[in-house]
Design a protein around this ligand. Sequence first.
Ligand SMILES: [Zn+2]
Length: 147
Amino acid sequence: MAMNRIQFQAGLSLPAFLAQFGTDEQCADALEVSRWPQGFCCPGCGNANYYLLKAGKHKNFQCKYCRLQTSLIAGTLFQSTHLALSIWFLAIYLISQAKTGLSALDLKRQLGVSYPTVWLIQQKLMQAMIERDAQYTLRGVVQADDA
Ligand SMILES: [Zn+2]
């Protein structure tokens, strides 16, 4: 059941996936839209007016009203990893498209990352499947794909 939520559009080909989610910018945009479909809204006070802070790898929104800073990836399963969003998206795509499961070795080869990174990805995704907030994020990613 939870597994369904981390699938991209059924039958999405690899070239089509890469065309939509091949770069970090595309993944960041998709994540932003999935988190805030109506545009950014401060999680502290609900204000929609913000400054965009360019510091760091990911977008940071600073609320104009209460000054709270919110990172694009804060509160998502992508938080506190140094992995590029495009690698995360590709991992989710590969795992969700694999009909008979994907071994750590397969994933390592296809993503071009180290074993510790693969284990981190698998652990985070397993965790995500049992955490509502993360499921929401993943479902949001899927919805962004349909838009
Ligand atoms: Zn605020």
